[in-house]
Design a protein around this ligand. Structure first.
Ligand code: GNR
Ligand code: NI
Length: 172
């Protein structure tokens, strides 16, 4: 397994619409293993393939809180087949927008259809943080970042802060 570099904004690759996966094979499982290791190392609770530069409709999530107990979830070609009319607000972060956070409103519950690690079709009903995280990751598959849900004023403030931090990190 390998830890891959994570792409950060304003890299234009983050705006890519990722392509559906045609086959869940060993190459794809290797990518999912590497994504999971990259996510744990970051650390983060989710990661979409485009964040490591691969434009495939693949994401990994692990919300387990207990130290040393891993409960990875793998989603290939995920589709939201039902969403609650109720919304909930979560203070979101993103590994592609390091150290930036903002409250984002999303449907509080979603039903998601996808292929698992073995290519088997699955359907889950997600609530709470899992529902939020799945929607955040699925946005990445369509080139959307959490700041795209904010007013342009808030979005530009965050993107400017990020650029300033990146500049400071470069000049040391
Ligand atoms: O690690 C992450 N935390 C997080 C917190 C609230 C809502 C969404 C997320 S996902 C994020 C990792 C990431 O950027 N995934 O794309
Ligand atoms: Ni993200």
């Amino acid at each position: 397994m390998a830890i891959l570099p994570i792409i950060t904004a304003p890299d234009p690759r983050l705006k890519t619409i990722s392509r559906p996966v045609e086959r869940v094979d060993d190459d794809l499982r290797r990518l999912m293993d590497d994504m999971l290791e990259t996510m744990y190392a970051a650390p983060g609770i989710g990661l979409a393939a485009i964040q490591v530069g691969v434009p495939k409709r693949v994401l990994v999530i692990d919300l387990s809180e207990e130290e040393g107990v891993r409960k990875p979830l793998y989603f290939v070609n995920p589709e939201i087949v039902d969403a609650a009319e109720e919304y909930s607000v979560y203070n979101e972060g993103c590994l592609s927008l390091p150290d930036q956070y903002a409250e984002v409103e999303r449907p509080s519950e979603v039903t998601v259809r996808f292929l698992d690690y073995h290519g088997e079709p699955q359907e889950i009903h997600a609530t709470g943080l899992l529902a939020t995280c799945i929607q955040h990751e699925m946005d990445h598959l369509d080139g959307v970042l959490f700041v795209d849900h904010l007013s342009s004023l808030k979005r530009n403030m965050i993107l400017r802060k990020l650029k300033k931090m990146q500049r400071l990190a470069e000049t040391g």
